[in-house]
Design a protein around this ligand. Structure first.
Ligand SMILES: Nc1ncnc2c1ncn2[C@@H]1O[C@H](COP(=O)(O)OP(=O)(O)OP(=O)(O)O)[C@@H](O)[C@H]1O
Ligand SMILES: [Mg+2]
Length: 254
């Protein structure tokens, strides 16, 4: 609408499958966060289409988009984004409040998640009383407490040292794999990519390459290496976030 036209992303055609870990890799300003925000329903594309389980996100109203995020999406941020006045437990219960889960169930689920991230004993503490790594553990607990289908992480280890980075990557990828959730991680750190099934390199708002990562372990799953290629299309944004729509959204393992 303005005089100057900035194209943050162009000619992108990607499909994300359930249960896989993806890295969006690229230099500063390449369009990683823009892509993530579109996929997460935080921004709408000016052109093109984004499908989640076959449904176009760009056709949803703001209210419907908010519901989509609450129901299906978890977020992990570089700077944790915890509410400073709330305890670890209260921060983790937040996504459940929006979904109107009863207090008893919220507390139970949040305690369980904090235990799973190794912070069972620190649930009463406020973010300022926790280390960066511990705060990121709280934010991981918050991202997963809702049992989302997709977890987006924008530079989740950007503020952490190397050892904590590996701990955090083990934790977040382990949780996603266990629950068959899709994990999409934005990073400019090539080391992070060893945790991913696929690396999507972004450059100047375009997909430069898509590389399947060969895993040393778990090769028994069969070497069904997909020859994924970056395709140029005329529509600016075509993302099928989850291509497998045979799974019911409320598929609960009880
Ligand atoms: N709201 C906006 N209005 C105009 N231009 C924007 C907007 N958001 C992003 N951009 C531009 O789009 C391009 C991609 O930005 P983006 O934030 O997606 O990069 P990034 O890859 O996440 O970078 P970084 O690694 O620094 O976080 C940049 O040129 C940026 O200046
Ligand atoms: Mg960014």
């Amino acid at each position: 609408m303005g005089d100057e036209k900035i194209v943050a992303l162009d000619h992108i055609d990607l499909t994300f499958e359930r249960g896989k870990v993806y890295c969006l890799l690229g230099t500063s300003g390449s369009g990683k966060s823009t892509l993530l925000n579109l996929l997460a329903g935080l921004e709408k594309p000016t052109k093109g289409s984004l499908k989640f389980m076959g449904k176009p996100l760009e056709k949803l109203s703001e209210t419907q988009l908010a519901l989509y995020r609450q129901k299906y999406i978890g977020f992990v941020f570089q700077s944790y984004n915890l509410l400073p006045t709330l305890t670890a437990l209260e921060n983790v219960t937040l996504p459940l409040i929006f979904r109107r889960v009863t207090k008893r169930h919220r507390v139970k689920a949040a305690r369980k998640m904090l235990k799973a991230v190794g912070l069972g004993h620190r649930w009463r503490h406020k973010p300022s009383e926790l280390s960066g790594g511990q705060q990121q553990r709280v934010s991981i607990a918050r991202a997963f407490v809702n049992d989302p289908q997709v977890v987006f992480a924008d530079e989740p280890t950007g503020n952490l040292d190397t050892k904590t980075t590996y701990e955090m990557m083990d934790l977040i990828t382990g949780m996603a794999k266990k629950n068959n959730q899709t994990l999409i991680i934005v990073t400019h750190d090539i080391e992070i990519s060893q945790y991913c099934d696929q690396i999507i390199s972004i450059r100047d708002g375009n997909v430069e390459s898509i590389t399947d990562v060969e895993k040393k372990e778990n090769e028994d799953e069969g070497n069904q290496k997909n020859e994924a290629t970056a395709k140029d299309t005329d529509s600016a944004y075509v993302h099928n976030i989850i291509s497998d729509n045979s799974n019911s959204p409320d598929n609960s393992t009880g």
